[in-house]
Design a protein around this ligand. Structure first.
Ligand code: HEM
Length: 183
């Protein structure tokens, strides 16, 4: 199979993955709209459910992407394996992580406004952790670009350590939002 044909097939399946993600989200929103229509008092909880779904998708990417970097940093630039990692990293970032982060932020801020949490200590602490998590997301997005240009200079050990950052932030965020220690 020629390289151009391989790229065409790869782009096609990328489009299919994006379409599947958009359809899943549309089904969720349609179902939520229907149930809200039947029970308007439940809007806050429906929006919170959407928030948690978006967070799961975002975190899945935040935990998996640095693992891909660990393996990618170990193979020769330009090799077939390296090219496969590039496609996996780009798709994970663009199809899953970027949309999931955007939805998590938009919906999370609406929850904070609607629940009147903007003055609460736990919310300030959560916001600080979520800003740090978003900064790590930005760092990973930059690494995807550098890997795509065969310009990564970080070792597999570095990426193994970076793998722990989202995990630690996630634990802190979940404790803050559920226990609400500085209410
Ligand atoms: C992106 C910015 C974010 C904002 C502005 C935000 C804000 C909020 C707000 C206001 C609530 C409602 C709290 C309540 O009603 O008790 C909430 C719920 C929740 N958030 Fe976030 N959040 C964000 C990101 C995250 C992240 C990154 C995680 C996890 C890693 C997370 C996990 C949760 C969970 C588990 C709940 C449900 C808590 C419960 O019902 O007891 N959030 N979020």
């Amino acid at each position: 199979m020629t390289e151009a044909r391989e790229r065409e097939i790869s782009a096609q399946s990328g489009r299919k993955a994006a379409k599947r993600a958009a359809i899943a989200l549309a089904i969720f929103v349609a179902l939520a709209a229907l149930i809200f229509w039947l029970d308007p008092g439940g809007l806050f909880l429906w929006v919170k459910a959407l928030h948690v779904v978006a967070i799961i998708a975002w975190m899945a990417g935040m935990l998996y992407l640095p693992r891909l970097f660990v393996y990618h940093a170990d193979v020769a630039p330009g090799s077939e394996q390296s090219e496969t990692f590039k496609v996996m990293e780009r798709r994970l970032l663009r199809v899953i992580m970027n949309p999931a982060m955007t939805i998590a932020w938009a919906v999370g801020l609406w929850l904070a406004w609607s629940g009147g949490y903007f003055m609460d200590g736990w919310f300030h602490a959560k916001l600080a952790c979520v800003l740090a998590l978003s900064a790590v997301h930005g760092m990973f997005a930059k690494a995807v670009r550098l890997f795509a240009e065969d310009r990564n200079e970080k070792s597999p050990r570095y990426w193994r350590m970076m793998n722990e950052a989202p995990t630690l932030l996630m634990i802190a965020i979940v404790v803050l939002v559920i226990v609400k220690p500085f209410a």
